[in-house]
Design a protein around this ligand. Structure first.
Ligand SMILES: *[C@@H]1O[C@H](CO)[C@@H](O)[C@H](O)[C@H]1NC(C)=O
Ligand SMILES: *[C@@H]1O[C@H](CO)[C@@H](O)[C@H](O)[C@H]1NC(C)=O
Ligand SMILES: *[C@@H]1O[C@H](CO)[C@@H](O)[C@H](O)[C@H]1NC(C)=O
Ligand SMILES: *[C@@H]1O[C@H](CO)[C@@H](O)[C@H](O)[C@H]1NC(C)=O
Ligand SMILES: *[C@@H]1O[C@H](CO)[C@@H](O)[C@H](O)[C@H]1NC(C)=O
Ligand SMILES: *[C@@H]1O[C@H](CO)[C@@H](O)[C@H](O)[C@H]1NC(C)=O
Ligand SMILES: *[C@@H]1O[C@H](CO)[C@@H](O)[C@H](O)[C@H]1NC(C)=O
Length: 886
């Protein structure tokens, strides 16, 4: 009686559903809004918003506090151990009932559920990353109330039961490390893997209807989804658009499909049969060769122009569908070719035939409760990325495939997306039903996302090749082939195969890090997936001195690297109490999910800085938060600059680095992590640094055998002539000691070249009474007309800890208001490194922050994200520099 129809795909592009006169339409009725939510023994029964989740509903109705407050992640563990049922009653409008076919559509169910309509089970769900729909016309009651229930099983219980059912061999890891305070066996459930805890996030195994629910009704045929990919023929210099239509027809009908891009004078019509049921039809629209196609470029390399694709369906002369969507034209290739002077293969991206250095970071879920990731949150984070001169983000495989708006914004802002499939840091089972649900997930996600020019690569998983190759899970040698077989089954024979069938317009990698083509040669699991001669590398080292570039691998592509820091006090304050405000409190260790993380930050900081030692407990705490941010900013700067200056060189067989994506952009809650933007959107010092170290033109300074070198790095598409200007300062005095200037030099388009080279001893000897301990350097690049190109950078000749003559500055600030923002005029009586302006919980952003002050005066602007005043800013402003913390 009930029929479970094949699965549908969510609509990524704007489809003009609804009641348009003149053609048979799809009519829909939303079932979002207020549902009823009950737990398994009925002790709790409350109103719940859909889309939403159990935690959010409990909080909104006052049953629980903010789940992020203090230790609540542990206190609220019971929520995900219970089963919960969502119920809604509704009547179906006459307009819908008149239609021949009616579908109940769930855009996203989190996760394991049984769905009933009027007491009859219509289906089950087991994958948060799939859309589900059910054909329900014959089950719906006319006139009367219908009752729809979704009974969710505890994801923790489900994962553990699936583990038990998989008795033949273990699928590690069994559980997260204790320090993460998480749940076990998350790899057995197709759900956000980090929701069972991560080393930067809490365990909140959510349950709910996390995306919309609705009824859709139609008579003849429904166009469910349009996806399009541009393909470029190099030999004929012609563009064509491959357009896929996902259709659901009630009976066989004969019709005509017309595709057009009017702005490019391109239109084609196709006679076609629409067969009953669900089907995908592909058409190719050749773009008129007499039209000039403007291509989409990554941010910093050009504009992001788009066109309108119109798709019309006609049957017997009447319109049966008519939609319009955006199309962008661009090509992407991953180049893995032999490299002159180096063993191995290159690894870089061509966009529209041009090699592009990827600058950016890694994206994690922006909230434990996805219903709280608002458009404003996404906009703010993505704008922060481009404002820091990033052009790429990797959507990491332990989170979620992001919402449509995320990719729309990346398209508009020119952010390239490295899109992982959602598998991370684990082995995975390969039972038939697991593979089946993954296959459906992959088909749906590829069809949903492939129209986005921002998505430049698919990648099968996060670190699972490395986990196998370097044996993270102590798998006995005799059992290794079994795990490799499962690995190849899942990522190669299933995921890769589906992606290649669905999308020929962009590359696919099986894992990250990987040796790419070399891993394939080695049977998909390379002996050393971290080999710097191939593919991408993830590299972390917390104990080695991060100021020493020799410790970094000279990889082809750095897709993960980073250091932890604490967020600001204003971010921690609302979720903690006074007793928590110490670096050694229970709270401080509770929020740290990385083994020994709090100690490691201080050990790294202590290599170069005096640690805070104020006798005032609160000052000591906030100073410590500050010093962790200084350490992180300086470490990631050193590493990123190393990668950027390595783009043109091969040294000892290694180099041609073409990507630097640090870990991580954003935070899921208020806790120590590798992020550069705090939960809530506040920029850490690292993010201000990123704005400089990702600048299109950048001077990079470093020492090699006591010789100072300055490289000019340029991502500009044209040649430059630049010289380096080095200014030597004494730590004790704001007046420069001396200035050195190099000869003008050619800096070719898209390159990194040395423009200054001098032994440090000679440099200091020619400059007053400077020694390594008494002086420091700033430097910048300028062109032949003495115009500065790129930011000013600095190089310390000793650790600031050892600097002689560094004074505690007397710094004063005056806040003023002008038309569009506020300005802060700073005045200092001495050199001040890492000057940090903080206005507490007033949201907004400074024009620069964390800077080295080597002048008496400096003006910084502040753009507030809510109304504020000079008085409020003045009262909230604190200024900290290095010498203030000890
Ligand atoms: C019902 O379940 C809740 C949540 O799991 C639990 O706290 C409560 O003790 C249970 N009540 C009864 C009567 O079993
Ligand atoms: C949740 O449902 C499962 C399966 O029906 C059952 O085994 C388990 O006891 C239920 N949990 C609670 C807390 O009632
Ligand atoms: C590309 O263009 C060449 C030359 O016009 C043509 O022979 C070839 O079939 C085209 N390839 C595709 C895939 O359309
Ligand atoms: C291509 O565009 C030109 C106008 O620029 C138009 O005259 C011509 O008919 C178009 N060709 C096709 C095949 O549509
Ligand atoms: C700090 O600087 C301000 C302004 O320049 C000055 O008025 C004040 O006396 C100075 N304070 C100290 C302790 O030097
Ligand atoms: C520098 O700042 C001080 C104190 O705010 C001010 O008196 C002085 O005029 C400023 N000097 C310049 C050159 O702007
Ligand atoms: C803090 O450390 C500095 C540098 O080691 C030292 O000079 C100062 O006396 C210390 N202050 C306190 C209060 O221990």
């Amino acid at each position: 009686m009930t029929q479970r129809v094949a699965v549908l795909f969510s609509v990524s592009l704007c489809l003009l559903f609804g009641v348009l006169p003149g053609f048979s339409s799809v009519t829909e009725q939303q079932l979002n809004g207020k549902w009823r939510l009950t737990n398994s023994n009925g002790s709790l029964s409350l109103a719940a918003q859909v889309p939403g989740c159990v935690h959010t509903a409990l909080q909104q109705q006052g049953y629980i506090q903010d789940p992020y407050f203090r230790f609540n992640d542990v206190s609220y563990r019971w929520i995900a151990l219970d089963n919960w049922t969502y119920t809604i009653t509704f009547t179906v409008s006459a307009q819908l009932r008149a239609k021949q076919k009616m579908l109940l559509v769930f855009e996203g169910v989190d996760t394991v559920a049984s769905v009933s309509l009027n007491g009859i089970i219509i289906g089950k769900t087991d994958n948060m990353f799939r859309r589900y729909d059910f054909s329900v016309r014959d089950l719906l009651r006319n006139e009367e109330q219908n009752v729809l229930t979704v009974s969710l099983l505890s994801p923790v219980l489900y994962a553990s039961e699936r583990r038990k059912a998989h008795s033949s061999y273990r699928v590690p890891p069994e559980c997260p490390p204790d320090v993460q305070k998480g749940e076990c066996h998350v790899n057995f459930i197709r759900k956000e893997q980090s929701s069972f805890s991560w080393d930067w996030g809490p365990s909140f195994p959510t349950m709910g209807l996390w995306k919309g629910v609705r009824l859709e009704a139609f008579d003849v045929l429904q166009l469910i989804q349009v996806s399009s990919v541009p393909l470029y023929n190099d030999s004929s210099s012609e563009w064509r658009l491959q357009v896929d239509l996902l259709l659901d027809a009630v009976q066989t009908t004969n019709g005509r499909v017309t595709l057009s891009v009017p702005e490019l004078n391109s239109e084609q019509s196709f006679q076609t049969d629409f067969l009953p049921g669900r089907s995908k039809r592909s058409f190719t629209l050749h773009i008129n060769t007499s039209s000039q196609v403007k291509v989409w470029w990554p941010s910093g390399h050009g504009q992001q122009p788009f066109y309108h694709l119109s798709v019309k369906g006609l049957q017997d002369g009447s319109l049966i569908f008519n939609t319009e969507s955006k199309v962008y034209f661009r090509t992407v290739e991953l180049i893995q070719d032999p490299v002159v002077g180096s063993p191995g293969l290159s690894f870089y991206f061509h966009i529209n035939g041009k090699p592009i250095f990827l600058k950016g970071s890694n994206w994690i879920p922006a909230h434990s409760f996805q219903d709280q990731v608002t458009p404003a949150v996404l906009r703010n984070l993505l704008q922060s990325a481009v404002d820091a001169n990033m052009n790429a983000l990797r959507v990491w495989g332990g989170g979620v495939y992001e919402q449509d708006l995320f990719y729309d914004l990346c398209d508009e802002m020119g952010i390239m997306v490295w899109q992982d499939f959602m598998f991370a840091c684990a082995m995975y089972p390969t039972e038939d039903d697991f593979l089946q649900t993954v296959r459906e997930e992959v088909v749906q996600q590829v069809r949903r996302l492939k129209s986005h020019p921002s998505v430049i690569i698919w990648s099968g998983n996060n670190e699972n090749e490395a986990a196998l190759a370097t044996d993270w899970f102590n798998i006995p040698a005799s059992q290794r082939p079994l795990y490799i077989k499962d690995y190849v089954t899942l990522y190669v024979n299933n995921i890769r195969k589906i992606v290649q069938e669905e999308d020929q317009s962009r590359p696919f990698l099986v894992s990250s890090p990987t040796n790419g083509a070399e891993s394939e040669q080695e049977g998909w699991v390379a002996a050393n997936p971290y080999d710097p001669h191939y593919g991408d590398v993830h590299f972390y080292s917390y104990v080695l001195d991060c100021w020493d570039w020799r410790t970094f691998p000279r990889t082809r592509f750095a897709s993960e690297y980073g250091f932890q820091s604490w967020p600001s006090f204003s971010t921690l304050q609302p979720i903690s109490t006074k007793e928590d405000w110490s670096y050694v409190s229970d709270f401080t260790s509770h929020r740290q999910h990385h083994e020994a993380g709090n100690q490691l930050m201080l050990l790294q900081a202590a290599l170069h800085f005096n640690l805070p030692n104020s006798t005032y407990a609160l000052k000591r705490f906030t100073d410590t938060l500050y010093i962790t941010q200084v350490m992180q900013a300086q470490c990631v700067k050193a590493q990123t600059e190393f990668y950027r200056r390595s783009r043109s060189e091969i040294i000892e067989g290694k180099g041609h680095t073409m990507g630097a994506l640090y870990w991580q952009l954003n935070d899921i809650w208020q806790a120590p992590s590798w992020s550069s933007v705090e939960f809530g959107g506040k920029w850490k010092m690292l993010h201000y640094f990123a704005q400089s170290f990702f600048a299109a033109v950048l001077p990079v300074g470093f020492e090699d055998s006591d010789t100072l070198l300055i490289y000019a790095v340029s991502d500009l598409g044209h040649d430059l002539k630049l010289r380096a200007v080095v200014t030597v300062y004494s730590w004790a005095d704001l007046d420069p000691v001396c200035t050195l200037t190099s000869e003008l030099q050619l800096v070719p388009a898209d390159s990194a070249v040395p423009v200054f080279k001098q032994p440090v001893a000679a440099l200091l000897a020619g400059c007053g009474h400077c020694t390594r301990l008494t002086c420091l350097l700033t430097f910048h690049l300028e062109d032949s007309s003495s115009n500065q190109q790129g930011p000013t950078n600095h190089h310390f000749l000793c650790s600031p800890r050892d600097a002689q003559g560094l004074q505690r500055p007397n710094m004063t600030a005056k806040v003023q208001q002008d038309e569009s923002s506020f300005t802060i005029n700073l005045h200092s009586d001495s050199v001040a490194p890492f000057v940090w302006l903080d206005v507490g919980n007033i949201p907004g952003r400074f024009s620069s922050n964390g800077f080295l002050m080597v002048s008496k005066n400096r003006t910084v602007s502040f753009s507030a994200w809510r109304p504020t005043s000079v008085a409020e800013l003045t009262a909230s402003l604190t200024i900290t520099s290095l010498r203030d913390v000890y």
